[in-house]
Design a protein around this ligand. Sequence first.
Ligand SMILES: Cc1cc2nc3c(=O)[nH]c(=O)nc-3n(C[C@H](O)[C@H](O)[C@H](O)COP(=O)(O)OP(=O)(O)OC[C@H]3O[C@@H](n4cnc5c(N)ncnc54)[C@H](O)[C@@H]3O)c2cc1C
Length: 507
Amino acid sequence: MHDVVIAGAGPVGLFLAGELALTGSRVLVLERDQEPTSPLKALPLGLRGLTAGSAETFYRRGLLEAMAKASGVNAEKVGADPEAVEPPAPRDLSHFAGMALDATTIEAAALPFRLPSPAMEGFMTSLETVTTVLAEQAAALGVEIVRGAPVTAVSQDDEGVAATAGGQEYRARWLVGCDGGRSAVRELAGFDFVGTEPLFTGYVAKVTFTDPQQLPLGFNLTPNGMYLRTPFEGHLGMMDFDGGTFDRSQPLTRDHLQTVLRRVCGTDVTLDEVHFASSFTDRAMQAPTYRRGRVLLAGDAAHIHSPLGGQGLNLGIGDAMNLGWKLAATVHGHAPDGLLDSYTSERHPVGASVLDWSRAQVAAMKPGPNAPALRQLVRDLMSTPDGATHVYRTTSGLFHRYDLGHRHPLIGRAAPDFRFDDGTRLGDLMHRGQGVALDFSTDRALQGAAQGWEGRIRYASGPVRNDLGLAAVLIRPDGVVAWAGEHASDRDVFAKVAAQWFGAPEN
Ligand SMILES: Cc1cc2nc3c(=O)[nH]c(=O)nc-3n(C[C@H](O)[C@H](O)[C@H](O)COP(=O)(O)OP(=O)(O)OC[C@H]3O[C@@H](n4cnc5c(N)ncnc54)[C@H](O)[C@@H]3O)c2cc1C
């Protein structure tokens, strides 16, 4: 029997599988599709933007270089200049309803607790690239992936779960539905899914145009919707405010796409051929809880929204990073009470705010007299340092703060990439998915206390380049600060917080 069965070998399922396998959990992934790649995952249709937050997540698992390289991005471009200033200047590119954020307007000093790191900015990649890199990593860690195995039945009892796929029943102690926006696991396990109905149908297509010069490159808002032409030849995106009424089970014909394109762009542009196409909507729904008994949800299975602003994949990677170590601790029997349920309480609000961010963009793009006025207001605000900083803080994936009690303003935030004088960085210490205790004291004050969690917490000490006024920091396996001590001699406080997140000590 496996410890965990994951339904879906998309980016979220594969990353979660790796997180669990890092701790020695036995993981099986059941994937509906036989083939790992498809034209919808490859460029140009599979084009996806990773935020700096996701880059940081991959960095912390030693995957950033491979991910950047496979995405055709120079890893140095993603990383920090060794002489970089502190706080580092934000370099991420975001937009709100097609209005680009000017990184030079962002106030770096207003973004607390950032240090230069090899993961300084997001980058463009493809679904195919992300899943290929993550599948290789998962396989190297011993994860078993069965393809051509759609999950069609789920049941659970006190001891475990059973998932039926391809006529075979697979038993495990836990099941995680990472099977996308139309999740079968979500439905079969009886999760609710609530939210708002769509205003538009969106399309992405690889086409051949007769007269592409009629359509300017970039993000074009029109009185009837939006269309996007990227530098990839024949790559077209469209938003048609039809109330989301297009029947998405019907095939996407050249005639239909051409009618929509002409309506949206207002010219008589002609499509010669449609090579591949798919549709989506701005339906924004979320499961009120991400756990029912022994079944959990992550990624699009837990929340859906429009792709505006490129957040869904990043949100799902964040879910997996948050869930992986908590589920692993539960599997290995050392999770403190309530740890697994903190997955929903921490991640649901993050998902809800992404759904709202996407809804706000739809409101600012909806044809009619109101949206241009709203856009002007947002444009004006985004051109101020406070406004630009707010947008960056919201979209970069680096600044969310979980409510962990907040005794110090760093607690609950993503840990800064502390760098020891010997060049070792926090990120280097996190590859194995353990918690990390950083002790900046000269007398290794916390070493004895940290020994109780050997294997669960990795201890490192020494002087760092910039300690941000701290003597010690305890970091959860997902990179979130659990404790920030001004006195490393606060061993009792350290031990209390360590037990709260990592369970009882060994001795
Ligand atoms: C046009 C477009 C552009 C986007 N751009 C961005 C972007 O720039 N940045 C961003 O962050 N997000 C973006 N997104 C969203 C992003 O693609 C998704 O949020 C992300 O792919 C979700 O990952 P996932 O692993 O949760 O689900 P998926 O990627 O949907 O993977 C689910 C997997 O489960 C499998 N599956 C389905 N049913 C079953 C079953 N019953 N049993 C077993 N397996 C099953 C599927 O075959 C699939 O492999 C975009 C989306 C679209 C449509």
